[in-house]
Design a protein around this ligand. Sequence first.
Ligand code: PXP
Length: 245
Amino acid sequence: MTLLGVNIDHVATLRNARGGREPEPVVAAGMAELHGADQITVHLREDRRHITDRDLEILRKTVRTKLNLEMSIAPEIVEAALAVRPDRVTLVPERRQEVTTEGGLDCIKHARDLERVIEKMRKARIAVSLFLDPETAQLEQAKKLGADMVEIHTGAFANARSARAIEKELGRIEQGVYALISLEIAPAAGHGLDYWNITPLLRRFEYPALVEVNIGHAIISRAVLTGLGAAVKEMKGLIAAATGR
Ligand code: PXP
């Protein structure tokens, strides 16, 4: 079965909106694991807009499944990763102004820098995944760089609206996955996956060719809405208990 990595970045986004302690991403990680998550994924961004160094340190001690750290190859972030030693790092491109990771890494253009970072991870026995668009030249370069896994950027598929565009993007992902399998690199997928597009993506393959999917925004958004009813009822109960005379 394809494994599920739950990205909890946006629990931290919500916490940081008030600068306080709630909701606690570490608790969210534990709850995700209790409900079947196979991995916890977090992105330590250079601007620390959601997950912080403190979160990462605690998660390293508390995550019982696998901890997958999405990160750029900025030297300061590489140092943080080597200090915390997640089970895997997923190397992603990062631009400060972007709302989220907008495209795959260009592992041809950045081959030299990536080589250095991958070597450091190898020495620290941290597995390496590269977040790439499903382009043959990029996937072949990932092999040269010795990546253990490639996470295919599914953003273009998630954003496609017409049946034709969806079919085109699914075809690109499919080709990428089979190319990775023949290169003996574990294929994963992520970005923009949700409760509607996950089924056509996974059903595209006759067997669970994708080793893992990483999903964040859709799961955290769903949790806010499915949890809202119970949260309102609970508050209403407290108000009734205090004033319902
Ligand atoms: N995988 C990678 C490499 C990412 O950068 C992200 C976004 O942080 C995700 C998966 C999760 O994307 P989403 O929040 O759209 O599910």
